[in-house]
Design a protein around this ligand. Structure first.
Ligand code: FUL
Length: 692
């Protein structure tokens, strides 16, 4: 009897003396580099090259290298701007699809050496890598394997040439934190396509930069998240199945890239690449179209707020500088993010969990608030549902909740909810799926004294590093400007009792500008800038610009029923409706055409094509020809066999200038191919002309 008691005492003692073991890791795990990478959260992309000077998104590779001639290039200004914006790194397009190298590569004859800049003595990578060092930023490089210039492209030799090119870059400019591989793979100089040797390329990266994160559609370091509009999946697993998949068209569907695979075999987290302007390269045409602060904040919440890193592109201008419109917006963005997450209202408050692993203090809920990512709250192994309550002490206004999983042990949580105490009981604020490294919930401001977070399901016991509760300043919502087919402009605002002021001369609206009260005629077009004011101007929205060309008031579509197929939707001034032609049967997939009678003879400088905006890409035109006519019978070709560069991944309005102005009463857009192979139809949201 005595002996048994003694043994019992001994085992109880040893339990106390021995700490509870931490949970075993679950599923695919990040490398230490991937954890560090995830903690960077936000960094800059720079698209720069001949396209900057030629107004193109995809150069053809036949551009004269002399066009590359920035007048005041200053990489320190880029780095200084990125640093001030709160970014942690810069990734630059060392070589885009046009093949032009921003450094004097030994393996190409299409480089800065052949350009007019610094008499061919310059090296953008040298200047930028030094500037990044000076400002404490990491440095990364984008290199496109697709090369529309290199004569060897499409031959087996090209793989080794590209490997040499990589070798040169990765051994010459110090540490490279991320190697960005573009999956786009189109034709080369003679319409050639190429089979890339990815194993060879990855080998070169790791030879010189063993710690680098390799970005591609399928990693291995991080993955493309399936669109270029900045929106990661609401469900976003950092794990992905890539066996049997490849890059570009061989990649998993964009839908899978957007959400990852639950229990995916490899840890390949999402990177959200998006441009601050409509296109990736600088164009003076987009100086007025830098994304609004409201739009950037939405992107922040759908990238960093959804377990993704944000790679925000800020294209360098023809001067070789970041344009003031972009840097001003970047500073506003930083200020707003900082203000939103300035004070964690949970800090110093009590947090109580429904259960704690082994009842051991080292895993207690207090770890959620200690500011240390490496300590966490967790539960016993068998637990899949658990909650904790943050007691704010008194009713407090809140509108953001931030949660973080401890990813070195894997991504575990499958669903969770957040509730607020209404004085009697808890009411659900939001219920969501994954958390991952960081999840931010955004909801309208409410007042509560207690917040409860409940993990509803997980693949293994939940392991959470932190919780944050915030009251972010509310941005006044922006006015929206729309114009009807007839040319009537309507300006709407969601704000209660706003005073909307607008200008039509390009200036900033002030309290003294024209007041919007009813739709007005603006059929001839121009630029409208609108701003909503409340409280006699004490608070205001952002200024929203909208540019219009001639309204299609008197236009009509021409042709038989099959080619017309709701063609009027392409000229109804409503980008929400889609014109889609009937599918061509048999082997003949194209052409499909849209013929428009403009109602009068006009002096045309170009045309516009807005692809469908409904999230689908079916029928979006890739190659096209454009014709004009005075009588609708004799057609003059103006642009033949052209293509809308990068329109599949970035389906924004295309504005195409004619080589010379044309006088015409009829226009014809002929679709020669769709962005998706084997597609037998064409579509458009809007087609317009440029007369202004
Ligand atoms: C895409 C490219 O085709 C675009 O031009 C841009 O560089 C974007 C970041 O990636 O695949």
């Amino acid at each position: 009897m005595k002996k048994i008691l003694y043994l019992g005492l001994l085992s109880a003692l040893s339990v106390n003396a021995q700490k509870t073991a931490p949970p075993a890791p679950y599923g695919a795990l990040p490398t230490p580099q991937q954890v560090q990478w995830q903690q960077m959260e936000y960094y800059m992309f720079i698209h720069f090259g001949p396209n900057t000077f030629t107004n193109k998104e995809w150069g053809h590779g036949d551009e004269d290298p002399k066009v590359f001639n920035p007048s005041r290039l200053d990489a320190r200004q880029w780095a200084k701007t990125a640093k001030a914006a709160g970014m942690k790194a810069i990734i630059i397009t060392a070589k885009h699809h046009d093949g032009f190298c921003l450094w004097p590569s030994k393996f190409s004859k299409h480089t800065v050496r052949e350009s007019a800049w610094k008499n061919g003595q310059g090296d953008v990578l040298r200047e930028l890598s030094a500037a990044c060092k000076e400002y404490g930023l990491k440095f990364g490089v984008y290199l496109s394997p697709w090369d529309r210039n290199h004569p060897a492209y499409g031959t087996p030799e090209y793989n080794q040439i590209f490997a040499n090119t990589l070798d040169e870059v990765l051994s010459s400019y110090g540490d490279v934190f991320e190697q960005w591989f573009d999956g786009a793979n189109g034709e080369g100089p003679n319409g050639k396509r190429h089979e890339y040797d990815w194993d060879l390329f990855r080998g070169v990266v790791f030879k010189h930069q063993p710690k680098a994160i390799i970005f591609s559609d399928i990693g291995p370091g991080c993955r493309w998240m399936g669109n270029e509009s900045g929106i990661a999946g609401e469900t976003n697993w950092s794990t992905l199945n890539t066996d049997g998949f490849g890059m570009g068209s061989a990649a998993p569907s964009t839908q899978v890239l957007n959400t990852g695979n639950e229990n995916g075999k490899y840890w390949i987290p999402a990177e959200v690449d998006v441009s601050i302007r409509p296109g990736w390269f600088y164009s003076p045409d987009t100086d007025d179209r830098v994304k609004t602060l409201t739009h950037l904040m939405k992107i922040y919440y759908s990238s960093v707020g959804r377990n993704g890193n944000l790679l925000l592109n800020v294209p360098v201008s023809r001067e070789g500088l970041i344009h003031p419109n972009d840097s001003t917006r970047l500073m506003e963005f930083r200020k707003t993010v900082d203000a939103s997450f300035k004070t964690n209202l949970a800090l110093g408050k009590t947090v109580t969990a429904s259960t704690v692993r082994g009842k051991d203090k080292q895993f207690a809920a207090g770890n959620l608030l200690d500011g240390n990512y490496d300590t966490y709250w967790t539960t016993d192994d068998a637990v899949r549902q658990a909650s904790f309550v943050v007691d704010l002490g008194k009713p407090t206004e809140i509108n953001r909740v931030v949660l973080q999983e401890y990813i070195p042990l894997g991504q575990r949580v499958k669903s969770f909810k957040v509730e607020a105490w209404n004085g009697n009981r808890f009411e659900t604020i939001d219920q969501q799926t994954t958390i991952g490294y960081k999840r931010i919930l955004v909801f309208p401001t409410l007042k509560t004294a207690k917040v409860r977070v409940t993990i509803l399901d997980a693949n293994a016991c939940p392991v959470l590093s932190s919780v944050g509760i915030y009251k972010a300043p509310e941005l006044l919502s922006n006015p929206e400007i729309a114009r009807s087919k007839q040319g009537l402009v309507t300006i709407t605002s969601e704000v209660a009792d706003p005073v909307i002021r607008y200008t039509t001369d390009g200036t900033e609206p002030t309290l003294a500008s024209a007041r919007y009260s009813a739709p007005f005629n603006y059929a001839k077009g121009g630029t409208i800038k609108a701003k909503a004011f409340i409280k006699n101007g004490a608070e205001a929205s952002e200024t929203i610009p909208a540019s219009f060309d001639l309204a299609p008031a008197n236009w009509s579509v021409v042709g038989d029923e099959s080619s017309r197929n709701s063609a009027s939707r392409a000229i109804d001034s409503n980008p929400g409706t889609v014109w889609q032609t009937a599918r061509q049967e048999g082997s003949r997939k194209h052409p499909h055409e849209l013929v428009v009678n403009l109602g009068e003879s006009l002096n045309l400088k170009g045309f516009t094509y807005t692809p469908r905006q409904d999230g689908q890409s079916g029928g979006t035109i890739y190659q096209y020809s454009f014709y004009v006519s005075e009588n609708g019978t004799y057609w003059k070709p103006v642009l033949e066999n052209r293509s809308f560069a990068n329109i599949k991944n970035n389906p924004v309005k295309q504005e195409v200038a004619f080589p010379a102005p044309q006088t015409a009463k009829f226009i014809k857009l002929v679709a020669l191919s769709s962005v998706n192979e084997n597609e037998h139809w064409a579509s458009a949201a809007e087609v317009g002309v440029i007369v202004r």
